[in-house]
Design a protein around this ligand. Sequence first.
Ligand code: ARG
Length: 458
Amino acid sequence: MAKMWAGRFSKEVDETVNAFNSSIAFDGRMYRHDIQGSIAHATMLGDCGIITKEDSLAIIEGLKGILADIENGTLEFDMTAEDIHMFIEAELTNRLGDVGKRLHTSRSRNDQVAVDIRLYLRDEIEEIYALVKELAVSIYNLAKEHTETVMPGYTHLQRAQPITFAHHLLAYVQMLVRDLDRLKDTAKRMNYCPLGSGALAGTTYKINRKQTAELLGFTAPMANSLDGVSDRDFCVELNCALSLIMTHLSRFSEEIIMWCSWEFKFIELDDAYATGSSIMPQKKNPDITELIRGKTGRVNGDLVTLLTMLKGLPLAYNKDMQEDKEAIFDAIDNVKLCVKTFTPMLTTMRVNKENMRNAAAKGFINATDCADYLVKKGMPFRDAYKITGTLVAECISKDLTLETLPLESYQKMTELFTEDVYEAISLETCVKERKSEGGPAPDAVKLQLETAKQQLGI
Ligand code: ARG
């Protein structure tokens, strides 16, 4: 494709350099937003009398025609074009002749690309928001079914204290609620219009930046033209939000991987969401969750790409910034892919309540409750803790549990122990009594379900 800037040059650009320089292979996906931005710009140029109303209308119609032709497949991108902006402008001029050449009045590709990415990411955020919300609602629904499903809670992956499956699931709902909030917040800060910044120093034409901002649904024009063309904070912010979404999915994935091992057997994945082995006939592998865990690395890599790309750039636009798109697009694509796969995998998995409960019944998960029993009878916590530790050691040496240890052994340690200790350390009591706000007791979990319902607006 002939270069618009060819006038200043005496030679054609080297073919390899052209391919190296071109971004159409990856910014082509912003064609709709580029046209949307150009339509707003052309409208404003016409309204301000910078170009005639007639030319403005012809340009707008021309742009709409290009959009329709791209969408119905009759217009293909020229892959030798420098980028999507140049391609669309050249196509407009092909179609309209001199009128098409008036579109770029008082505009630079620098403010054009900045507006395109914002418009594109704004739409993407909306889509990701809906997907993450759907996932959060699915987890919430699953939690509702498991307020009485007792399982071990872990620290250091050692059985620690009893919780319920609903309690565990609602922790993820809270993470996703924060993710949703972050997406909203990012979209809000991103929603300012760089159009009218020009190449860097604004323009001598009497443009109306408020009008283009309004036409494109932005809150307001960006306040400074240098910042307008060189700011990519919003890409970083969005990637941060996406990295955290992936981090949450990855932690959940790690648990699912463990839970469906033979050692845990807390859940079983639906056959449609698991894979087999090429050699071991017995295998049913949680590949989806492993891929999510793996892809978290590349989304984090995208974040590092963006931060590193920006950190040494002088104001204003520098070509390094073209690297922003592949990074943030990769992060977006992968997050969407992961959430879309994770949600149905979760809603179809089978929960093995019995195994969860059995695991909670072992491993001295009620030791804290045994110490608390003594505290409630007046003993200082540190003494009660020490006595319980000694009892646990005794159980281990005799291959017993706190439930099966005879009362005499308890009473040898302190007379405060009576028959009711067994009731106090039963799994039911341990869960039921953990009713502090945010805790696992069914009553406390019901309140958390209420909170989640409000947060999710369902
Ligand atoms: N393709 C470029 C990008 O993505 C568009 C802006 C080019 N501006 C320029 N002055 N070379 O950043």
